[in-house]
Write a new protein. Sequence first.
Length: 221
Amino acid sequence: MFVAFVAHLARPGSVEADIIAPRLGLTPYEARLALATRPPCVLLTTPDRDRALDVVGALRSRGHGAHVFDEEQFVPSSRMTRIDDFRLDADGIRRESTGDLLPYGDVYAILRAVVSKVEDREHVAYFFRRSGERPWFLRERHTSYVGLGEERTNVAVANFTRLLTRVRSSAPTAVFDDRLVRRRVAERLAEGGVRTSSEGMDLLAHLLAMTIASQGGSPYR
């Protein structure tokens, strides 16, 4: 599947909706709803790559930032490398249980988000890599923060925030973005079954990472 999405709007969506709706195959109402969402906002999911490229071309012709994401590149957070037991080395984050290393210089985007399930909310963070290797993933309440040493507290969200602060200071070239903290993703029907809210947030993280890579020149594979 191919996802055509808006990375940024050159003009307000309320102004653009009626103009671009016919070119997108949407009603003006559907276009207004889609463009009312803070980017990245998905306008089309299709198995037809050319159709997705046509939609992106139409958006770019109006001066908007838009991209096509190939879901073959999608890595759900369940398959990302977990930062669940870590040591902060001089050159990167070391996963104690496996010895895997995330070099600070390989991180180009650190994306903070909140995943909601019923009444449960958890802070998470995605670490996308310049090398194109599998992203790393941090969950607020599923991590041992022993690696923080004396900075560790009894409050998970405080430890989560302190860890992000430490990594950001060691990876100064990485872009930090927290706009997904304010996004809510409901479960919805998707091709082949139900896409959960966490998978929906995972997809938004990939789209945002692609946007950042296109602006900063980092590779996105």
